[in-house]
Write a protein that binds this ligand. Structure first.
Ligand code: HXC
Length: 514
């Protein structure tokens, strides 16, 4: 027995060394922690229970017989973060570049299945060159197995991916199926193939950062939701995100002890919206003022900045926030912001987060590029997502709510439970200039004083529609509220809606316009 125990201890110690000390040193030299160090830094001390530590592959082609490492390049198990259970896996770049193998797949799929059955979030720490080349088609099949688990877990348990190394191939497609992607600046990369293959296939020359760095994916592609300055900052983000989320889709998001007066008024809001409705203001000021102090965690912050989405708390209860941002492109709804909003609304709906929407948008973005890029298809996603969502939904029209975008952005007709408006709201089919040109084209042509007539017609239009009262008269707005009371009104609204029950007709699934 003593020998056997000794043998086990030696094997476990070997597993701890991953691909060996020199590779660990390489990893550190690149500013990266090892897989085990990462798990230690992420989870509550002493809570990690590893599974599959000694598993190895059985291949011998391409010199693989000499490259058997216990664990096979991924560390998997269960732990706690802030006292709540998580399933976690960390790829080990020191072993064959963290490449994804049959054994890796079996290990990751195993914890994912247990996580799904027990309703536990899954956190993946990725650092992998993609499918293990030596295993050929078997490593592709291994990804297929993982993708099925990612998709089956989608909307059941939260899934968070942290990109911590040069991630290629399946090491980007699996994260793309999860709810959040955090990229570590300067060390985390995502691409389906790296610069060398691109050069060979298309002749394009590009470096890692430009192709698939944290900035590229947070600003241009929208693939990533967060950029963290370093690995520790990425772990802080994981913890922060999880703190707003339920463990699974059958739980409510966890309330924290309320620390901010629910009735707190902010007179600044009564002065925030400029008199001239073409002047911008920062929607973030409204969000910062209305929700519990410091609780707004913006996601997708650098992508499609004409829309804002994120998590926040209201009287301690987590909520999802959606808003137009007049500071960028006047808050217009274009292709990218539509995708951003629709994805977020669906996420909130899947995990029982009430959705609060602040509206200030001149409408869907006109233009040939937008039309040919599919603004109809992308814009329809916003409509689809709001119509489908059954969680409590509350909207506040701050200023412009024009045309289709008024209806799309959580309008009452689209199953929004409570629709509020500030006195500064302007709710109309289109802006005054466009409307007058269409309605009075002939009259303006024939008029002796076209400018005078135009001015008069514009004023009539503004008087009629540049306020919330026409919509309130028709019941499209439930209440016109004083801006400084917005927090209290929202707290009370969610109080009413806390026990809301709503459902959709039975179906296999709808056909979200993708
Ligand atoms: C086997 C791999 C590997 C892989 C890296 N390694 N990727 N081994 N399979 N996919 C090994 C290297 O041979 C090397 O081993 C060690 O990992 C470190 O790799 P380096 O190249 O030295 O590191 P670095 O310079 O940092 O470059 C990392 C990299 C590069 C950018 C990830 O290795 C690379 O381009 N790999 C291939 C990426 C790729 O095209 N993958 C797509 C796979 S297809 P030694 O022993 O020499 O140190 C795929 C499809 C999935 O994933 C299906 C999706 C639908």
């Amino acid at each position: 027995m003593k020998d056997k125990l000794q043998e086990l201890r030696e094997m476990r110690a070997k597993a701890k060394l991953g691909g060996g000390q020199s590779r660990i040193d390489d990893q550190h030299a690149r500013g990266k922690l090892t897989a085990r160090e990462r798990i230690d830094a992420l989870v509550d001390s002493g809570t990690f229970q590893e599974l599959g530590r000694l598993a190895t592959h059985n291949f011998s082609d391409f010199g693989m017989a000499e490259k058997r490492f216990p664990g096979d390049g991924v560390v998997t198990g269960f732990a706690k973060i802030d006292g709540r259970r998580v399933a976690v896996y960390a790829q080990d770049f020191t072993i064959l570049g963290g490449s994804f193998s049959e054994v890796q797949s079996q290990k990751v799929c195993k914890i994912m299945e247990l996580a799904m059955e027990s309703g536990i979030p899954v956190v993946g720490l990725l650092d992998s060159g993609g499918a293990r080349i030596q295993e050929g088609v078997r490593s592709l099949a291994a990804y297929g197995e993982l993708f099925v688990r990612n998709v089956m877990a989608s909307g059941v348990v939260p899934q968070i991916s942290v990109q911590m190394g040069p991630c290629a191939g399946g090491a980007v497609y699996s994260p793309a199926l999860t709810d959040f992607i955090i990229m570590v600046r300067k060390t985390g990369y995502m691409f389906i193939t790296g610069p060398d293959v691109i050069k060979a296939v298309t002749g394009e020359q590009v470096d890692f950062d430009t192709l698939g760095g944290a900035v590229a994916h947070n600003t241009l592609s929208g693939v990533a939701h967060f950029a963290a300055d370093d690995e520790v900052a990425a772990f802080r983000l994981v913890k922060e995100i999880l703190s707003y989320l339920p463990q699974n889709n059958s739980e409510d998001p966890p309330r924290v002890q309320a620390y901010d007066d629910p009735g707190r008024r902010d007179d600044m809001l009564d002065r925030l919206v400029p008199e001239d409705s073409s002047q911008p203001y920062d929607m973030r000021q409204i969000i910062a003022s209305v929700f519990d102090r410091g609780s707004f965690l913006e996601t997708h912050a650098h992508y499609a900045r004409n829309a804002l989405v994120g998590l926040a708390r209201l009287d301690g209860y987590p909520v999802g926030v959606v808003a137009n941002q007049p500071m960028f492109l006047a808050g217009v709804l274009d292709i990218d912001s539509s995708d951003k909003i629709a994805r977020w609304v669906r996420f909130c709906d899947a995990f029982n987060l009430p959705i609060i929407t602040f509206v200030d948008t001149p409408g869907y973005m006109p233009g040939i590029a937008q039309e040919h890029g599919g603004i109809i298809r992308h814009g329809a996603k916003v409509i689809y997502a709001y119509c489908e969502a059954t969680v409590p939904k509350v909207s506040v029209v701050i200023r412009k709510a024009m045309g289709g975008a008024y209806i799309a952005m959580s309008s009452k007709q689209m199953r929004t439970d409570l629709a509020y408006a500030w006195p500064t709201a302007e709710i109309a089919v289109m802006g005054p200039e466009g409307a007058i040109n269409i309605l009075y084209r002939e009259e303006l042509k024939r008029a002796e004083d076209p400018n005078g007539l135009r001015k008069q017609l514009l004023q009539e239009y503004v008087d009629r529609f540049h306020n919330p009262y026409a919509a309130a008269d028709m019941g499209q707005i439930d209440e016109v509220i004083e801006p400084s009371f917005t927090r209290l009104r929202l707290v009370n609204a969610l109080e009413i809606l806390r026990s809301k029950v709503a459902s959709n007709p039975p179906k296999k699934h709808g056909l979200m316009p993708v």
